[in-house]
Design a protein around this ligand. Sequence first.
Ligand code: P6P
Length: 333
Amino acid sequence: MERTTLVQFIRVQEKKADGATGEFTRLMNEILVAGKIISLAVNKAGIGEDILGLTGEVNVQGEEVQKLDEYANNTLLKIIGQSGCVSAIISEECDEAIQFKSGPGPRKYIFAMDPLDGSSNIDVNVSIGTIFSIYRGPEGSDDVEDDAILQAGMNQVAAGYIIYGSSTMFVYTTGQGVHGFTLDPELGEFFLSHPDIKIPDKGKQYSTNEGNQVKWLPEQKALIKYFKETDPETERPYSLRYIGSLVADFHRTLLKGGLFMYPGDQSNPEGKLRYAFEAAPLSFIVETAGGLGSTGKERILDIRPTHIHQRVPLFIGSREDVLTAEKILRENS
Ligand code: P6P
C-alpha cells in the first residue's frame, strides 16, 4: 500500500505553491520533529520518568504548570526558535512574545502555540495536545511589534494540532484542505491517514461543561435546553460528549460533527479559551473542513485580538449546528 509521509506531503504541497522558498516546509518539518519528541515524553510519562505532576509554578493563566507543560514549551521554543524561520513566538505558557533576531534568517513567520493543552488531564491518561498557528511576520532583525503579532485569525498561513492519544496524530491546514497524519511509532514517521477531512454539515453531539450551568447566561441555558429537547426531524436530543481536553473534544467534533462550546458566563464573560492559541487555529481548521468557528455572535477569524492572552467564547463545529447556536443565543439574549 502506497504510504505518504508528512514530510513527503509537505514537500508536494510546496511544489504547488507559487513562489515557495522552502521556508514554510522547513518550519513545518521542525514542528513535526518537536511533536515526535513531545509524543515520546507523553507516552513515557509515568514509566519511571520524573516528568509527571506539577512543577509547583503557576503560569500567566493562573493555572498550575505541569512538568510536561514546561517540557513541551521548552522543546518547541528551542526547536522552532533555532529554525531561523520565525521572528517571534507567542506561547500560552509565556507572559510576553519571545523574539528571535540572531542566527540564520530570514525569519519570515510568527509562531503561536499552546504547547500542551489539556495538561490537567496528563495524570489520568486522557488525550492532550499541542495547538499551533503560523502567521507571516515582518522580515528583518528588529523586534516584532505587537501590531505584527496581534493579527486576525484570517491572516493565518497555517494552523494545526498534534493529539497525543491512543495514537499520535498530526492534523493541519494551509487553507487547502485539512489533512491528518498518524505516527507510526516503530518507524518514527507520520503517515497520511485522514486526507482532506470534511466535518459533517450537522452532527448529533454537543460538547460543553454543564458543571458551569449555574454561571451561564439565560441564552446559553436556552441553547442547552434546545439540544436536550425531543424532535426527530432535527435528530434531537443530541448526545453530550465532554472530555475536558480541547484538542480531544475538537478532534472528535471535526471527525463526527456536532458542536463544541466554551461560552462566556457571569463571572467570565469572555469564557476561558484563548484567541491566539486555541480559538483562531481551530477555527481556521474547522472552516477549511467546511464548519464554522464563532464567539456565538461573530466569526472567530474576523476578530483582531488586542493582547496575546485574550480570551473569547467559542462555539465551533458543524456549520448548521453553529448557525443554530447563533440563532438561539440571539433570540434569547
Ligand atoms: P473546564 C484544559 O485546561 C482547557 O484549557 C481545554 O483543554 C479544555 O477544553 C478546557 O480547559 C476545559 O475547561 O473548565 O471544562 O475544565
